[in-house]
Design a protein around this ligand. Structure first.
Ligand code: NAD
Ligand code: UD1
Length: 337
C-alpha cells in the first residue's frame, strides 16, 4: 500500500516525502513541476536512501491519474499540489480556480472511482480572514478572504465537507498551515520558488546570498510591539511531521476534521530578520515599505487541538528555521545541489 503525494517535489511536499519514507511508508509522487524541478526527486532519494515512483503529471489530467491508481495500490492521498502566490492569484484568478479547485475535484473523482477515501488537504491560515487571533478551528470562516488563492482554500474546504456528508466513509483531514520556514536538516531541500519570491523567508534567503539587494519590510505601523506584522512561523520539518500524524489519524477514523498546524507563538517580521542576521552572522539590508494589500496585522493559532487529537507538538525554534534556511540557500548557490 502506498500514500500518493501530489505536489511532492514542492517545498512542503518534498520534506513530507522524506518524513514518510523515514517512517517506513511507501509513497508515489505526482507533480507537474510548474513550481519545482526534477532534481528534487533525486535529492529525496539521496536523503532517504529509498526508491519511489515519480510521475510528471498534472492533477487535472484524469486519464493519467487513473493510470497511476490502476498501477499502484494507493490507500490515501496527501494533496499539496496547487498554486500559492497570493499576489499572482489576484491577476490570474481563473488559473487559480482551475488549478486548485479544478485539480482537487479531478483528483477526488479518480479517488472515488478507485475506492480510495483517505485524504489530507493543505489548507491555510488565510481562511480565518479577519477573525481575532489566536485562531481556533471552531471559529466561523467564510466571510472574507482577501485574494483568489485564499478563496480556493476556503472553497476546497467546503467541497470536502460536502463530500464527507455525501459519503461518511471518507476520512478527511483539513490541515490549516501557519507560516512554514526553514529547510530539511540535510540542507538539500527547502523553499526556492521560481521567479522573485513573494514570501518572507525565500526573499531573505536571496538577500543573504546577494541575489537580491535588500528586503522590503511591508509596514512598520501595525499595532504590534515593533510595528511589523506578527506571524506563527513553524519549522517546515515540524509541519511535514504533522502529516504523518494526520495520516495515522484518518487511517483509524472516518468523517472530516480540521487542525491548525502552527506553534501557537507569534513573532514579528523584525524578530525573524534579526534572528536570521544573528544566528547566521550575515547582513540582511532592509528598508521599511508601505503595508502590503491583504496582510493581516497578527496571525497565530491555538495549537491545542492538533496536540490533543494528533499528538502533534512542534520542536524547532526560529533559530533552527533561520539556520536551516541559510544552509539550504548556500548549498543552492554554491551549486552543491
Ligand atoms: P510549492 O509551490 O513549493 O509546492 C506545490 C507543488 O505543486 C509544486 O511542486 C508544483 O509544481 C505542484 N503543482 C502545482 N499545480 C499542480 C498541478 N495542477 N498538478 C500537479 N502538480 C502541481 O508550495 P508549498 O509551499 O510546498 O505548498 C504546498 C501546499 O501547501 C499548497 O497547496 C499551498 O497552497 C499550501 N500552503 C502553503 C503555505 C506556505 O506558506 N508555503 C501555507 C499554507 C498552505
Ligand atoms: C501568505 C498568505 C497565506 C499563504 C502563504 C503561503 C495571505 C494573507 N497570506 O502568508 O495565505 O498560505 O502566504 O503562500 O493571504 N513580508 C515582508 N517582506 C517581504 C515578504 C513578506 O515584509 O518581502 C512580510 C509580510 O508582510 C508578512 C510576513 O512577512 O507580514 C509574512 O509574509 P509571507 O511570507 O508572504 O506570508 P503570509 O502573508 O503570512
Amino acid at each position: 500500500m502506498s500514500v500518493l503525494i501530489t505536489g511532492g517535489t514542492g517545498y512542503i511536499g518534498s520534506i513530507t516525502c522524506v518524513k514518510l519514507l523515514a517512517a517506513g511508508e511507501n509513497i508515489v509522487v505526482v507533480d507537474n513541476l510548474c513550481n519545482s524541478e526534477y532534481s528534487v526527486v533525486d535529492r529525496i532519494k539521496t536523503i532517504s536512501g529509498k526508491e519511489f515512483p515519480f510521475y510528471k503529471v498534472d492533477v487535472r489530467d484524469k486519464a493519467e491519474l487513473k493510470r497511476i491508481f490502476i498501477k499502484h495500490d494507493i490507500e490515501a492521498c496527501i494533496h499539496f499540489a496547487g498554486l500559492k502566490a497570493v499576489s499572482e492569484s489576484i491577476g490570474v484568478p481563473l488559473e487559480y480556480y482551475d488549478n486548485n479547485i479544478g485539480g482537487t475535484i479531478k483528483l477526488l473523482e479518480v479517488m472515488k472511482e478507485a475506492y480510495v477515501k483517505k485524504f489530507v488537504f493543505s489548507s491555510s491560515a488565510t481562511v480565518y480572514g479577519s477573525n481575532k487571533p489566536p485562531f481556533s478551528e471552531d471559529m466561523p470562516i467564510g466571510m472574507e478572504t482577501t485574494n483568489p488563492y485564499g478563496t480556493t482554500k476556503l472553497f476546497i474546504e467546503k467541497i470536502l465537507r460536502d463530500l464527507s456528508i455525501s459519503d461518511p466513509e471518507w476520512g478527511i483531514a483539513l490541515l490549516r498551515y501557519f507560516n512554514p520556514l526553514g529547510a530539511d536538516e540535510s540542507g538539500l531541500l527547502g523553499d526556492d520558488p521560481n521567479g522573485i519570491p513573494t514570501n518572507l523567508m525565500p526573499y531573505i534567503q536571496r538577500v543573504a546570498v546577494n541575489k537580491l539587494p535588500q528586503l522590503s519590510i511591508f509596514g512598520n505601523d501595525y499595532p504590534t510591539k515593533d510595528g511589523t506584522c506578527i506571524r506563527d512561523y513553524i519549522h517546515v520539518s515540524d509541519l511535514a511531521r504533522g502529516h504523518l500524524n494526520a495520516i495515522e489519524r484518518i487511517r483509524r477514523t472516518s468523517g472530516i476534521d480540521v487542525w491548525n498546524l502552527g506553534t501557537g507563538i507569534g513573532y514579528s517580521v523584525l524578530d525573524i530578520v534579526n534572528t536570521f542576521i544573528e544566528v547566521n552572522n550575515v547582513d540582511i539590508p532592509y528598508v521599511f515599505a508601505p503595508r502590503r494589500d491583504g496582510d493581516v496585522a497578527v496571525s497565530y493559532c491555538n495549537s491545542s487541538k492538533a496536540e490533543r487529537d494528533l499528538h502533534f507538538k512542534t520542536e524547532k525554534t526560529p533559530d533552527d528555521m533561520c539556520r536551516d534556511s541559510f544552509r539550504f540557500i548556500k548549498n543552492l548557490k554554491s551549486g552543491d545541489i
